[in-house]
Design a protein around this ligand. Structure first.
Ligand code: ADP
Ligand code: MG
Length: 747
């Protein structure tokens, strides 16, 4: 297949579910009319007067309440999955109000082949395709995740409490870090993966319906295909299929929620409103900034919206009158999405292809096994030649032994075992040996047998590992066999042809419709005045009706805008109120100094979309703060026995401690320095040295000292000294020892 560089629009189809029992029992009217041939959908306003025209929308395809799952699959989804098998990225979104059939469309009833949704149908499709392929190697893997309140949960992980992070790499784009994925060999295995994920989805929620209406579930199938290209080299194509069951599109009622609940309410549909904003920005034509980063969902599916992917959006609606507003909102949303342009291309030889890794690993293991086989043969050879040759291979080659060793592996091992057994027996029977020596030899043999056994086991594990890995690389006709017979194949083909035909017919009809309007104006030759009046009146009527429809649409949109603005204002008010409360708490309970410290340390982490505080660092040594010591286990702060008693018996909050903010221990910065000894200015130092110089040259002879003849001492050249060290020798042994002043010490 050639690489398609051209852009193509997001395909949008609408599906209307049948009236449910409650709606029938309640006697609600139908307001949705569907013209499948034209791809048109008409919605009557239940409150409108008799003259009011129904609102008309045109889509790539529309499906009424009698539509079958297979029909949708063949016409709309099959071509997309087919592209994924060719190496394109593909995404299917199900959008709509809760209870309109998103999950039915995506999953359906798995037990009933007639009512299976896109996901199980795509499993069948993918593995059948592989089974019919030739000279291609495939690797299929699946992941399943959920976004709930802007947190990503891996539905296939063992630890369901863990939340995953989104990361971005310049080469491969946005990805979920540590998301588990399972390589699957057949439909059964991938179905099992889906079941495990679904189970985790429902186990985590007390009320499954409520939970699923507020969370987005994304099932990801990655298909890698390896094929020899025209250049004779192996090429890998990777197609990724995202199957997205979005949260219910209805507005979450904000019933004066505060604090945690408000936070929850604002987060629930954040991804969905961000999706709407991204769509608007994409089709607006004027926006230079597309707000992908506003939510996890839009970041994760960035490629599917205006990027490298083929995208189908299914808008699900209900037919009953009481859903009118939501139905119109959904249709408008879908109508906008039609204009998104994507640039899909085949992903050829990407860096992160798992298939390549698998192939390399298999080759590595095989080489390892071959080496083991060869080594063994060599060892045996050498032993035979050099009697009780010292084993342990030194890896010298050119020994003429080739890898035949791997071929008859079991035989070789048996031979080895038998040989050792024989040798053992020979030792046993040899009566010439001393008992002690015999024991020693026997032990040696036994050890050798153990070694052989271990070697054998290691080789076997290696071989099974290779086999297991190879079995995951699927090859048509070998790993999976196509069980459908020729007749079924023909039937499938026919169905596809019909689907294609239908699609083309619809496109032609739509084109004709638009052409009709244009040609009407061109037919300007009239045979009579009356005819001209007739034609022009008809035209006028038609244009007038159109004008009315557009006016009504504008009016509706304005009303919707006003409502939306009011809601945003309400949210803003609530948030401001919340903010004011936080301010009050901060102003009154957190010391100004502490507050400033925290403000200085706080920074916004874009990756995780939340505020964080930088750890306290010291300039010297860069050491972190010590841990806050635990002074009262189980209590927020140390308590006296009286306080403990009061805590239990008294109802007033006097002794109920509560920490408003938990911080690491923030020690005051150090204001002292270590003692370093006096620093003497160089000038002073020089002067001192000069002064001390002559003293050193001076010879003082204490023996000649006569206190009575002090005059002679004064006669000496030197000036009187202070602080001159008096050696202990000069002190009489009888005199007590006093602390000595150090003064200036000579060199
Ligand atoms: P959502 O996922 O949008 O909240 P569901 O897929 O759970 O809605 O559908 C709500 C109910 O309507 C389910 O019982 C489902 O079986 C039924 N339903 C939805 N669409 C159809 C359809 N096209 N044909 C028959 N039943 C449908
Ligand atoms: Mg659902």
């Amino acid at each position: 297949m050639s690489k398609l560089k051209s852009s193509e629009s997001v395909k949008v189809v609408v599906r209307c579910r049948p009236m449910n029992e409650k709606e029938i029992a309640g006697g609600f009217g139908r307001i949705v009319d569907i013209d499948a041939k034209l791809g048109q959908i008409l919605v009557k306003n239940p409150k409108g007067g008799p003259g009011e025209l129904p609102k008309t929308f045109t889509f790539d395809a529309v499906y009424d309440c009698n539509s079958k799952q297979v029909e949708l699959y063949d016409e709309t989804f099959r071509p997309l999955v087919e592209s994924v098998l060719l190496g394109f990225n593909g995404t299917i979104f199900a959008y709509g109000q809760t209870g309109t059939g998103k999950t039915y469309t995506m999953e359906g009833l798995r037990t009933d082949p007639e009512r299976r949704g896109v996901i199980p149908n795509s499993f069948e499709h993918i593995f059948t395709h592989i089974s019919r392929s030739q000279n291609q190697q495939y690797l299929v893997r699946a992941s399943y995740l959920e976004i709930y309140q802007e947190e990503i949960k891996d539905l296939l992980a063992k630890d369901q409490t863990k939340r995953l992070e989104l990361k971005e790499r310049p080469d491969t784009g946005v990805y979920v870090k540590d998301l588990s994925s399972f390589v699957t060999k057949n439909v059964k295995e991938i179905e099992h993966v889906m079941n495990v994920g679904n189970q985790n989805r429902s186990v985590g929620a007390t009320n499954m319906n409520e939970h699923s209406s507020r969370s987005h579930a994304i099932f990801v199938i990655t298909v890698e295909c390896c094929e020899i290209g025209l250049d004779g080299e192996n090429h890998i194509r990777v197609g990724k299929l995202n199957l997205v069951d979005l949260a219910g599109s209805e507005r979450q009622a904000k019933t004066g929620a505060q604090g945690e609940r408000l936070k929850e309410a604002t987060k629930i549909n954040l991804s969905l409103s961000a999706l709407g904003n991204v769509i608007s920005a994409l089709v607006d034509g004027k926006s230079t900034h597309i707000p992908y980063r506003d939510s996890k969902l839009t970041r994760l599916l960035q490629d599917s919206l205006g990027g490298n992917a083929k995208t189908v959006m299914v808008a699900n609606i209900g037919p009953a009158s009481y859903n009118c507003e939501e139905t119109l909102t959904t249709l408008r949303y879908a109508n906008r999405a039609k204009n998104i342009k994507n640039k899909p291309r085949v992903n050829e030889d990407p860096k992160d292809a798992l298939l390549r890794e698998f192939q390399e690993e298999i080759a590595r293991l095989k080489a390892q096994l071959a080496k083991r086989g060869v080594g063994k043969r060599k060892k045996k050879n050498r032993r035979r030649q050099g009697g009780e040759g010292e084993d342990e291979l030194e890896d010298d080659d050119g020994d003429g032994e080739e890898d035949e060793g791997i071929k008859n592996e079991p035989e070789y091992w048996r031979e080895q075992q038998e040989k050792l057994e024989r040798e053992k027996k020979a030792i046993m029977d040899d009566h010439s040996l001393v008992a002690e020596e015999k024991q020693k030899l026997l032990r040696e043999k036994e050890k050798k047998m153990g070694d052989v056994q271990r070697e054998r086991e290691a080789s076997e594990t290696l071989a099974t590992k290779i086999k297991a890995m190879e079995s995951k690389l699927l090859v048509g006709g070998k790993n999976i066999v196509d069980h459908t017979n020729e007749q079924q194949k023909m039937l499938e083909q026919r169905r596809q042809e019909i689907a294609e035909q239908k699609r083309r017919e619809r496109e032609m009809q739509q084109q004709m419709e638009t052409q009709d309007e244009e040609t009407l104006e061109l037919k300007e030759t009239y045979s009579s005045l009356q005819q001209e009046v007739d034609v022009k009146t008809k035209k006028l009527n038609k244009l007038f009706a159109k004008l009315q429809a557009v006016k009504a649409e504008i009016h509706d949109l304005q009303e919707e805008h006003i409502k939306e603005r009011q809601e945003l204002e309400q949210t803003q008010n609530e948030l401001t109120r919340d903010l004011k409360l936080k301010h009050l708490v901060i102003e009154n309970f957190i010391p100004l100094e502490e507050k400033n410290k925290i403000m200085n340390r706080a920074y916004f982490d874009d990756e995780e979309d939340q505020w964080k505080t930088q750890p306290i660092t010291r300039i010297e040594g860069n050491q972190q703060m010590m841990k806050r010591p635990v002074s009262a286990i189980g209590y927020k702060r140390p308590l006296s026995s009286y306080a403990k008693m009061a805590l239990i018996s008294r109802s007033d909050p006097r002794y109920r401690a509560e920490n408003i903010l938990l911080l690491e221990l923030d020690m005051p910065s150090r204001t002292t320095r270590d003692y370093e000894g006096p620093a003497i200015a160089p000038k002073v130092q020089a002067a001192l040295e000069a002064a001390l110089q002559d003293e050193d040259e001076l010879q003082v002879d204490a023996s000649t000292f006569d206190p009575l003849r002090s005059g002679s001492a004064r006669k000496s050249k030197s000036r009187p000294k202070t602080g001159r060290k008096i050696g202990p020798s000069s002190v009489g042994s009888g005199t007590p020892l006093y602390p000595q002043s150090r003064g200036l010490v000579p060199k």
